[in-house]
Design a binder for this molecule. Structure first.
Ligand code: COA
Length: 571
């Protein structure tokens, strides 16, 4: 097999592009291969261009890659969108005759014509099964494991009835049979199952956030559904009740955060999941949670643009909102996930930090990461550290907002003997009595900020890749880190001197780590998927460092190629 294969499938939303890609990716993972998937789809339920891409390799995969080796086109639009990326050595599998694609011959591009529409519509009388005909053809062409695919197809469609399962299995077989009888393979791409000793699981970013919450001890989740965050709720709705937890669909985002704050007040670890427009609505209550010193977690799966924007695309443009949104001065912590493993482990960290510092913690993911699936090592739950809030254990004289050395004061649960519990958004005294004099506001504001004055020393989540000085140093956050890792690897192979800093804590800005890193490199480059250079701006403001910004803002994440070219340009 070619060491590393990227397969892209394109068609119309509603044609089953996503299901097809998902099944191929899952069967590859079951065959012991490393898999990383990404997808983009339209905001409409039916119609528009949908795309699923997966990268399969015998080795660890760092990013979604630059472009594809194999392109499966279901319709003309998909072909038109992607034909510019067909290069010598790539393979085009397309619907025809009987479909609407008439590809031009492109030198060096291997083309396989499969009558997907004709077989499904005319031979099988099931137009919806076009994707399964394509799947069967792809399986046969590139040696994907057929048996596990049949199982996946049965599982996927069994809730739609036996007839649907049977016709789709038939479609799968027909696609494969067509290739055996009519196509002469001339490309070099084969998928070869690997023996893997690794105990692994496949998760999407959103599922990993759900699992992280479960493992962290979350027992209450409330949200208002919003693309691209809804899957977190769907996942938790399935699993949280099994752990005696509760999932609520609220009437809007404000109510959902209100529920979460109430649950935390009652002693539960609680979370909501949303996207930018929802986080906008939550900001007033975000300040309340910080003022009342209640641990809460918000997962913000960033989408593109302001307002309704680009609901199904992705951008790194909620950082200002997460770090700075809200009125008045109040502390909060913001983490940013780059990988599926991050989505899992940082969600646990988010709960731990919220419990420790008694404040809101926001974990930023984004649309591309939310929908990406990846094979990861099965987490060893026994090795995961879980932090619980400090509960008052004295015998009287309890003060909820006692000013301590760390700023953190023990909480008491409602009804607890000797405890007292008042959660208030008004400025208050140590006993939580309303007090808004100059003296109290100053003292309590300082107390609240003191809690995280040393967070960078207490929670070090910056990975430094490099040794000694370098010509260029890259600081990145969120999903961009994946493409940076791959680009850095390639640049080093090419003999370039590059190092990289990968912070997971993005606010408060990890000033010490950034200054140390910057002092070892000649130039600092910061690529971000947003127009304003949001992290660059925070770094400049907090760490006083000059940066070279590299911003894209089309709704897609960086490819390693883009970063590699920029590094070369900067050097
Ligand atoms: N036989 C029977 N059913 C099939 C099938 C087959 N061969 N192939 C696919 N399907 C079904 C799938 O099971 C799925 O139905 P389900 O949702 O009941 O499971 C449906 O057809 C769509 O197929 P799928 O592969 O999941 O997606 P697609 O590639 O056709 O793309 C979407 C459709 C997902 C892009 C579109 O439906 C969607 O959800 N768009 C996003 C909407 C959104 O979030 N907007 C933002 C609002 S702010």
């Amino acid at each position: 097999m070619a060491k590393d294969i990227v397969v892209r499938i394109g068609g119309e939303g509603g044609e089953g592009v996503i299901s097809t890609g998902d099944m191929l990716a899952r069967s590859s993972a079951r065959a012991g291969l490393e898999v990383l998937t990404s997808k983009t789809f339209p905001a409409e339920i039916k119609g528009g261009y949908a795309m699923y891409q997966f990268r399969v390799s015998a080795e660890k995969i760092l990013s979604h890659g630059d472009t594809f080796n194999i392109f499966v086109a279901f319709n003309k639009e998909a072909y038109e969108v992607n034909k510019g990326q067909l290069r010598p050595g790539t393979v085009l599998v397309y619907d025809g005759p009987g479909g609407d694609i008439e590809p031009e011959p492109i030198e060096g591009v291997i083309q396989y014509q499969i009558p997907m529409t004709r077989i499904s519509k005319v031979d099988l009388g099931s137009p919806i099964s076009k994707n399964m005909v394509a799947l069967g053809a792809v399986v046969e062409l590139f040696s994907f494991p057929m048996e596990s695919l049949k199982e996946l197809v049965s599982n996927k469609f069994k809730r739609k009835g036996e007839d649907v399962v049977n016709v789709n299995i038939k479609a799968l077989d027909s696609g494969a049979e067509y290739v055996r009888s009519n196509i002469k393979k001339t490309d070099v791409f084969y998928v070869q199952p690997q023996k893997s000793g690794q105990d692994s699981i496949i998760l999407s970013g959103n599922e990993a956030i759900g699992l992280g919450a479960l493992v962290a001890g979350c027992s209450f989740f409330s949200c208002y559904p919003i693309t691209p965050a809804t899957e977190i709720a769907n996942w938790l709705a399935k699993y949280l009740p099994k752990a005696n937890g509760v999932v609520v669909q609220a009437e809007d985002e404000i109510a959902s955060l209100g529920h979460v704050i109430g649950a935390s007040y009652a002693g539960a670890k609680a979370m909501t999941g949303t996207s930018g427009p929802g986080l906008d609505l939550m900001t007033e209550l975000l300040g309340f949670a910080s003022m009342a010193e209640l641990p809460i977690v918000i997962a913000d799966v960033q989408r593109g643009g302001p307002s309704t924007g680009l609901p199904t695309k992705s951008e790194q443009s909620d950082l200002f909102l997460a770090a700075r949104g809200g009125h008045g001065d109040f502390p909060r912590i913001v983490l940013a996930a780059a990988t599926i493993e991050d989505c899992f482990y940082l969600t646990i960290d988010a709960f731990n930090l919220a419990e420790k510092y008694q404040m809101p913690v926001i974990i930023l993911s984004d649309g591309s990461l939310a929908f990406r699936t990846e094979k990861i090592s099965r987490p060893d739950i026994s090795k995961i550290n879980i932090v619980n809030r400090e509960i008052y254990s004295g015998n009287g004289g309890y003060q909820r907002y006692e000013v301590t050395d760390s700023g953190i004061s023990p909480m008491s649960l409602p009804g607890q003997s000797g405890g007292r519990y008042i959660a208030t958004g008004l400025e208050h005294s140590e006993t939580a009595a309303p007090k808004y004099s100059d003296e109290y506001h100053t003292r309590m504001t300082e107390k609240r900020f003191k809690k995280i004055a040393n967070i960078e020393d207490e929670y070090s989540a910056s990975e430094w890749d490099g040794n000694g000085s370098a010509d260029v140093g890259i600081i990145s956050w969120g999903l961009t880190q994946c493409s940076v890792r791959e680009a850095v690897k390639r640049c080093r192979v090419a003999g370039l001197s590059v190092s990289a800093l990968y912070p997971k804590l993005v606010f408060p800005v990890p000033v010490k780590a950034i200054r140390r890193f910057a002092s070892t490199v000649k130039k600092v480059l910061i690529p971000e998927v947003n127009y304003q250079g949001q992290f660059a701006e925070l770094i400049t403001a907090h760490a006083g460092i000059n940066l070279i910004r590299y911003n894209i803002y089309g709704g897609e994440s960086f490819t390693p190629d883009q970063i590699e070219s920029k590094i070369k340009e900067v050097i």
